[in-house]
Structures are given as structure tokens and as C-alpha cells.
Design a protein around this ligand. Structure first.
Ligand SMILES: [Zn+2]
Length: 664
């Protein structure tokens, strides 16, 4: 008799080898970290004996599941901000929180939490991409799990690198240190095409080739990304990435939702593995990847959970089922992705997709002992049929739950026995995660207290405070002003015709903040648009001071070019009220008394207000300066022939609100 360390006997052994061999009753013999025998129970037990024998009757003995794409530390931001569009979620919440909190200890804790969750659902191996990947690798190794760990690199600053050069150095150091580890395969993780420069991708390809390690990248996740890429570079994403040499390495591409046939053929030609993430693609409404087509072509399509912030759990039983169901729904073909194929995608094909199928993914002699033992005793798995042996796969995909996983073994070591985790301290992890959640809560609550801090949190622009003196006049007709402007007494520098679309967001914060989004179109003589400018201005409703002739001193707390869509700001700020004011503006820059003034002749078109308005404005820096400018404005008003009763002390927003009240 040959000696093994462990014998798993009496269960239904689903090997997931090339022939999909099923043994019932079957047995698996494990010695050290390796599988040394797999086969019918009688055959294995007549040749092998072991110190430890586990009776697996009424259980499926199968390869540990492989999660081909995740961001493990993000367990710590699970459920932080949901049901948002990708940009609001990412730029509004994830990135500011990551900038503030992501440190090696955060990554270590989050990864251990992820490992605990994954092991409990039968996952023994995952492919990760995050920051401080060394901490992720260390937490994984200590939990006894297998992983391909990719150090993220982005073209802009990240929590662990101020530039991509630093990110590349970090990736290279990490790969050099972890190469050859028993459990962790280090990898290079250029985040995505749209977050990379060509030079950055070329350097990533070089590191991957030099150290012979895989590359993990997001490709074609959203339609927008693909559309933007084509517009900017005049070619689809995949050929562009190929041009940078990335496919010379072993690549795993996550998502691939919006790639065309030609791009898929390129991936096939270069042996690229695909990580299909059904929950994440649905939750972020990214679309449905053409999985059936990919599999027909022969692309290895594994299944992934994606990060816990976009899923929100790490349950491969759920993903396996969803992958099978989604493929059927998307193709109107109930035979698409049958259960057997879904299990293969979650095991052996997944291992191929992340380029470690020589180690794991199936129960075969010589591979590592990464094994999940799943109970068939639950009510939802009852009864069991034997006419068609493949019914075991449909039981696993359509009926079994991750909570049916009873024992898990990785690299020959028990991670879980009778649903008790043996390599991580779950109570301690929960306590530490609660502490982290309180810190993140406090950070976001403080930020949400003011519109300004919320604005600065997403700002890639500096805060700018401005003061302005201004007067507004309602004119029955503008002829006297126009006459004064063309009289030659005033130096008129630059007249222009504009159309301005203002959207005001009103808040009920203590400052009663109002945020104005302005689209300012500059028109030609023929009325066509020659230029457009977008600005965001934060003010309050109150004026700082009033001078003679109703000249008001106003202050804006933030004034910057717009960097995102109006829709983004609306969804991010969720204002209490929203108002629109459109106007046609004739703008003159004049110099008077050695001072620059803007003179506007406005006609408000939305809401339609009678008459025209004259505005005279100037930037100011001190109280004394403001007083002097207020006097000059008084002189200008006299030149324009303005009467006292025509002065308006309210802003367009107030006039619009009043018009709305009156029209009710
Ligand atoms: Zn991802």
C-alpha cells in the first residue's frame, strides 16, 4: 500500500478533467500539497492508505472554485455607495475613500476578510488586482489560499504611487520578491486601456515578459469607454493594447463586454483568458458579455465576482448560476452555457483563463490539492437522480448554495472543516472591519456636511474664492445704453454675443448653498456657436454688502471650469431643488476710470421675462477697492441714463422663482 496524508472517500468525485470523469463513489488521495490519486473509491482505497480518512458520502468532491477577477481589499467598502452610475460611484465615492484609507493594513485586513468569505463558498483560488498588492499577497498566503495577485498601475496618482513610474517600480519589486511562491503568483496589473499611456503599457509588458508572470487588465467593460477610445485613437481598444506589446505576455482580460468579433479573434490568437463578471456587469449596467460566442470560438472564459463594491459578495455559486442563466436570456437559447459548462468555467476553464491550469482547476494526479466538498443533503438538493450522470452539474449550478460547501482544502491544507474556518480568525476580522467602517463613515459624514467639501472631494481643480461688485437694472429698452456704449466716451474692448444655459442646484445646508452650472455659448454674427465654456460656481443667497445705487458685493466660494457632466453633478450632489435660467447676452468689456467692467445686456428666455436687463460688474479684492468701484458704477449708470426705480436687487434665479410662483 502506498501512503498518503488524506483520503477523501465515498463521494461523487467530479474531476473536471478533460473527459469530465465522474466517479461515484469515488476517492481522492492527497499527499503533502498534491493530489496523488483520483478514481473509483475501490481502486483508490485498494492502493492507498492514509492517516486521515474523510467519509464524503452524499457529497460532491470537486475542484475548489476559481474566482478569476476580484479586488479583494474592497470588502472593506462593500455597500458603501450603491445604485449609482459608474462615474458617480467611482469618482464621487470610491476614489476619495481609497485616497484617504487605502494603506497596506487596509489591504491586508480587506483581503483576509475576502479570503474568509471566499473559502466559505468553496473558492480556493482567485485573481486579484489592487493597490499594495504585497499586502494582498501576504494576507492570502497566511489564509492559505492560492491567488494570482496583480499590482495595479494607473497613469494617474493612486493610493500607493504618486506616478505610474512609481507604480511600475512597485510592480517590478513585488513580482521579483514573490515569483516562485508556493501559493501566490505575482502579476502586473495595468488597470485598463483608458487609464494607461502607451509607454506605461509597454513597460508593463516588459516586466511581465522579463519575469514570466501574467498580466491582468480590464478590457471593454463599458460602451462609453469603447466609444471614447475609438474617438480618441481611431481604433478599437484591443488592437491599441496589442500595439503596446501587452499580448506578448500571458494576459487575463476582465469583462470584455463590448469587444467586436475581430477583437475577440485577436484575444484568441494571443491566448488571452477572459474573466466574465455577470453580477458586476449587471449591477453597474455595463451590459452582457458575448460569452456564448467567446466559448464557441474557443476562448477560455472563466467567471469572476469582481470587487465586493460592485457585486457585493464573493459568492461563486451565485456567479456560476448567473453565468448560465444570463447566457440563455441573452441569446434566447435555453441550451446555451449548460450546467456542466458553467461548472467548468468556474473551475478548469477559470484556471486556464488565469494561466495556472497546470496547478489547479481539476482533480488530477500531480495537481495541487485544491478541493471543495459540497453537501447534497440539503432540502433544496433533494432528491437526486442517477439516470443522467451529468445531473450532478445541474444540481450544483441551479440548486446548490455556497452554504452547502462543507469542507475546503487548498494546497493540501484544510481551510474549512464542517463550515468552521481554520486559517483565519473571523471574529477578530469582523471587529477590525467594524472599526474601519466607523472611520470611513465619519470621513464621509464630515464631507457631506457642506457642498463645498463635497465639491472639493472630487475636485481636480483648486478652490478659488472671488468677490464681485455688481448692479442690475431692468430696462424697458436698451437704446440709451447702446448709445452710450457706441458714443466713443467709453473704451469698449470686446463685445460678444452669447447664449447662457444656467442650471442652479439649491441645497438646504446651513449655508443655503447654491451651485450654478453654466454652459456659455459664444455666437457668431450669424448665430452659429463658435465656442462654449462650462463653469461651476458655488455661492450663497446672501450678499456681503450693499453700496449706493444698489451695488451689491457678492462672494463665490468656488469657481472652476466644469470637468464632469451636469448629470454627474446632479446624481452626486442630489440637490433639494433645481432651477434653469436661459438667457441671451450681449457682453461688453469696457474700461472706465482705469478699471475693467463687464457690461451685460441680457434677455431672459427661460423663464420668459419681459424687458431687458443691464448688468455692470467688476471683480474686486478689498473693501476699499469695492467702494471705489461702486462709485464708478454709479457714474456709469448716470451715463447710461438709468433711473433709480429701474434698479433690481435680485438675481436671475430669484426672478425665475418668482415668475414660476406667479404662473401657478
Ligand atoms: Zn474589476
Amino acid at each position: 500500500m502506498e501512503k498518503a496524508d488524506l483520503l477523501l472517500i465515498g463521494g461523487t468525485v467530479a474531476t473536471m478533467n478533460e473527459q469530465f470523469d465522474l466517479f461515484e463513489p469515488g476517492a481522492v488521495a492527497v499527499r503533502g500539497s498534491d493530489i496523488v490519486a483520483v478514481g473509483p473509491a475501490e481502486q483508490v482505497t485498494s492502493a492507498w492508505e492514509a492517516k486521515e480518512v474523510v467519509d464524503c458520502q452524499n457529497h460532491v468532491v470537486m475542484p475548489g472554485l476559481i474566482n478569476t477577477h476580484t479586488h479583494a481589499p474592497m470588502t472593506l467598502v462593500r455597500g458603501l455607495a450603491d445604485d449609482l452610475r459608474l462615474d458617480v460611484w467611482l469618482i464621487g465615492y470610491m476614489m476619495p475613500v481609497e485616497r484617504e484609507f487605502v494603506q497596506p493594513d487596509f489591504c491586508w485586513l480587506g483581503t483576509q476578510l475576502a479570503c474568509a468569505e471566499m473559502a466559505r463558498s468553496g473558492i480556493t483560488c482567485f485573481a486579484d488586482m489592487y493597490y499594495y498588492e504585497e499586502a494582498v499577497a501576504d494576507a492570502t498566503a497566511q489564509a492559505g489560499m492560492r491567488a494570482v495577485c496583480a499590482q495595479s498601475i494607473l497613469k494617474f496618482p493612486t493610493p500607493d504611487a504618486t506616478s505610474y513610474d512609481e507604480g511600475l517600480r512597485r510592480a517590478q519589486d513585488f513580482v521579483a520578491r514573490w515569483k516562485g511562491h508556493q501559493l501566490v503568483v505575482p502579476a502586473v496589473g495595468p488597470h485598463a486601456a483608458y487609464t494607461s499611456t502607451p509607454e506605461m503599457l509597454q513597460a508593463c509588458a516588459q516586466i511581465a515578459q522579463e519575469y514570466d508572470v501574467p498580466v491582468h487588465i480590464h478590457l471593454g467593460e463599458t460602451a462609453q469607454e469603447v466609444q471614447d477610445h475609438r474617438a480618441e485613437f481611431g481604433m478599437p481598444v484591443v488592437p491599441w493594447v496589442k500595439k503596446q506589446g501587452i499580448f506578448e505576455a500571458q494576459v487575463t482580460a476582465a469583462h470584455c463586454v463590448h469587444l467586436d468579433d475581430g477583437e475577440l479573434h485577436t484575444l484568441l490568437h494571443h491566448g488571452v483568458g477572459i474573466a466574465h463578471n455577470p453580477s458586476s456587469n449587471l449591477k453597474l449596467a455595463s451590459g452582457i458579455a458575448p460569452v456564448v460566442k467567446m466559448l464557441e470560438m474557443g476562448l477560455p472564459v472563466g467567471i469572476g465576482t469582481d470587487g465586493p463594491a460592485s457585486n457585493n459578495d464573493l459568492d461563486m455559486f451565485e456567479e456560476m448560476r448567473l453565468a448560465a442563466l444570463l447566457a440563455k436570456g441573452a441569446t434566447s437559447d435555453p441550451t446555451a452555457v449548460p450546467a456542466k459548462q458553467a461548472v467548468a468555467m468556474a473551475t478548469i476553464i477559470g484556471a486556464q483563463a488565469i494561466h495556472i491550469d497546470h496547478l489547479t482547476g481539476s482533480l488530477e494526479t500531480g495537481k495541487r490539492a485544491d478541493i471543495a466538498i459540497v453537501s447534497l443533503e440539503a432540502i433544496h438538493s433533494t432528491p437526486r437522480f442517477h439516470r443522467d450522470p451529468d445531473s450532478i452539474y445541474s444540481l450544483l449550478v441551479y440548486a446548490a448554495k455556497s452554504s452547502d460547501v462543507r469542507h475546503v482544502l487548498c494546497d493540501g491544507r484544510w481551510l474549512m472543516r464542517d463550515r468552521v474556518l481554520l486559517t483565519v480568525n473571523t471574529e477578530e476580522l469582523r471587529a477590525q472591519a467594524a472599526v474601519m467602517a466607523r472611520k470611513i463613515d465619519r470621513f464621509l459624514i464630515a464631507r457631506e456636511e457642506s457642498v463645498l467639501s463635497k465639491l472639493l472631494a472630487i475636485g481636480d481643480v483648486a478652490r478659488e474664492k472671488t468677490f464681485e461688485v455688481q448692479v442690475k437694472v431692468l430696462l424697458p429698452d436698451t437704446s440709451s445704453v447702446e448709445a452710450a456704449l457706441s458714443s466713443g466716451d467709453l473704451l469698449v474692448i470686446k463685445p460678444s454675443q452669447r447664449r447662457q444655459y444656467d442650471t442652479y442646484f439649491l441645497f438646504d445646508d446651513p449655508e443655503h448653498s447654491r451651485l450654478r452650472h453654466r454652459e456659455d455659448e459664444v455666437l457668431n454674427d450669424d448665430g452659429s456657436v463658435t465656442d462654449a465654456d462650462y463653469r461651476l460656481t458655488l455661492t450663497g443667497p446672501t450678499k456681503e454688502r450693499e453700496f449706493a445705487h444698489s451695488v451689491l458685493l457678492s462672494r463665490s466660494r468656488f469657481d472652476a471650469p466644469v470637468t464632469r457632466s451636469l448629470r454627474f453633478y446632479r446624481e452626486y450632489f442630489r440637490p433639494k431643488e433645481e432651477w434653469e435660467v436661459h438667457k441671451e447676452r450681449r457682453r461688453y468689456h469696457i474700461r472706465y476710470g482705469g478699471t475693467d467692467f463687464a457690461v451685460n445686456l441680457d434677455h431672459v428666455t427661460k423663464p420668459k421675462l419681459p424687458g431687458s436687463f443691464l448688468e455692470v460688474k467688476s471683480r474686486t479684492w478689498s473693501a476699499q477697492d469695492a467702494e471705489r468701484k461702486a462709485e464708478l458704477i454709479g457714474e456709469l449708470l448716470e451715463m447710461f441714463g438709468v433711473k433709480e426705480q429701474e434698479l433690481v436687487r435680485r438675481e436671475y434665479l430669484e426672478l425665475a422663482r418668482e415668475a414660476a410662483r406667479l404662473s401657478k
